[in-house]
Design a protein around this ligand. Structure first.
Ligand code: PLP
Length: 393
């Protein structure tokens, strides 16, 4: 019997384990040097000026929403084909989520659809947009920045699927996901199914120093430490001409969204193999593409796309339920990404209903994500392909 093949899984090496153990024996389990090292290494890998490590990708989104000051009633546009957290961060701050339909070829938030939304409302109706580098395919943020500037919007790039992914800009230059050149903020997750695993973990990247400082403060309860920043007087603080060494101030309502040092150590160790992982993911994608191109049961597939980070390899098929069950019967655990967010019971209460997002809903009827992770062996991939072909006869 074939051993179970999931759609995604982490790859932990002896080196990763050693890095964690070393941190466990060190002086800091949290708030120590491994966190800053991870942030530095990650910013360098992505090409952003700053990076802030947090407890998970959802916390990263929440901090971004707070840093951009989303308030009650503010409207923000995102895609329905994403993990719910991309939209939920707007709700955490009392904002209103407006879903825009996807482009049926790229599966990404459709820029023309969003442009229509923006042009059909008075200026100032929308505050921001959250495009998602879905499945690992980089959003063309140069185009989105132009549109955002016309309408005074900020951009949070949800790059959870795409560390190491890129698009080519109008000058032919590679623009890596999360590099901060076009988006105000970008976020990543280090959940075990993602490219870089730290158990739980997340990162925010930006080139904006003010947002960077704000994010660090919000990550730790809104507390600041540093003479120049204090609002209370030295007298109040109990100092004699200077603030005493114990002194700190809570200036905003923040959270504890810190990552631990041993998670950061694991993240840094994994980051060293990130490029290797993407290379292997691209090989696997090419293998699927070759196996399925021009097959009559394929309605669409991710294909071979330059700069794609291949968090997921998605095919659209006839009889998706049949294929899904057939794969399960053969110990292959494919997955569906995603059930459209606007049709979740939580979002239906705001009036979203079937028919609102035709492309997203049609995509959901046929999509299935095939096993995709660097340690998927050639034989395992062959087995997956064979079982799929056998289902369609
Ligand atoms: C995984 C993921 C998140 C949330 O990350 P967590 O670390 O699980 O909180 C957000 N957005 C997308 C697109 C994701 O895939």
């Amino acid at each position: 019997m074939q051993k179970p093949i999931p759609y995604g899984r982490q790859n932990i090496t002896e080196e990763d384990i050693a890095a964690v153990i070393e941190t466990l024996k060190s002086d800091f389990l949290t708030q120590g040097p491994r966190i800053y090292e991870f942030e530095e290494a990650f910013a360098q890998y992505i090409g952003s000026k700053y990076a802030v490590a947090v407890s998970n990708g959802t916390a990263a989104l929440h901090l971004c929403a707070l840093a951009l000051n989303i308030k009650e009633g503010d409207k923000v546009i995102t895609t329905p084909i994403t993990f719910a957290a991309s939209a939920n961060c707007v709700r955490y701050c009392g904002g209103e989520v407006v879903f825009g339909d996807i482009n049926p070829e790229t599966y990404l938030l459709d820029i023309d659809n969003t442009r229509d939304l923006l042009q059909n409302s008075p200026k100032g109706t929308y505050k921001g947009v959250i495009p998602v580098d879905f499945a690992g395919r980089a959003v063309n943020l140069e185009e989105w920045r132009e549109l955002a500037d016309e309408h005074d919007l900020w951009i949070i790039e949800d790059s959870c699927h795409a560390p190491g992914g890129f698009f080519e800009d109008s000058k032919g230059e590679k623009q890596f996901c999360g590099n901060g050149k076009f988006a105000d903020l970008a976020i990543f997750s280090f959940h075990p199914v993602k490219h870089i695993a730290s158990g739980e973990g997340g990162m925010i990247t930006t080139n904006d120093e003010e947002l960077y400082e704000k994010l660090k403060q919000l990550r730790t309860h809104g507390i600041v430490k540093g003479d120049q920043l204090y609002k209370n007087s030295i007298d109040f603080a109990g100092g004699n001409g200077e603030y005493p060494a114990w002194y700190m101030e809570m200036q905003e309502l923040g959270f504890n969204y810190r990552i631990t040092d041993f998670q950061a150590a694991l993240g840094s160790s994994q980051l060293k193999r990130a490029d290797e992982g993407i290379k292997r993911r691209r090989e696997i994608a090419a293998g699927y593409y070759e196996a399925f191109k021009e097959k009559p049961f394929i309605l669409g597939q991710s294909g071979v796309v330059k700069g794609h980070a291949y968090h997921l390899y998605i095919i659209e098929v006839k009889d998706r339920l049949g294929l899904y069950n057939h794969l399960r019967d053969h110990n292959i655990f494919a997955q569906i990404h995603y059930i459209p967010c606007h049709l979740m019971p939580y979002y239906r209460q705001f009036g979203w209903k079937e028919g609102d997002m035709p492309s997203a809903e049609n995509y959901y009827k046929h999509c299935i994500s095939l096993p995709m992770y660097p340690t998927l062996s050639e034989e395992e991939q062959k087995y997956v392909i064979e079982i799929i072909k056998s289902f369609y006869g």
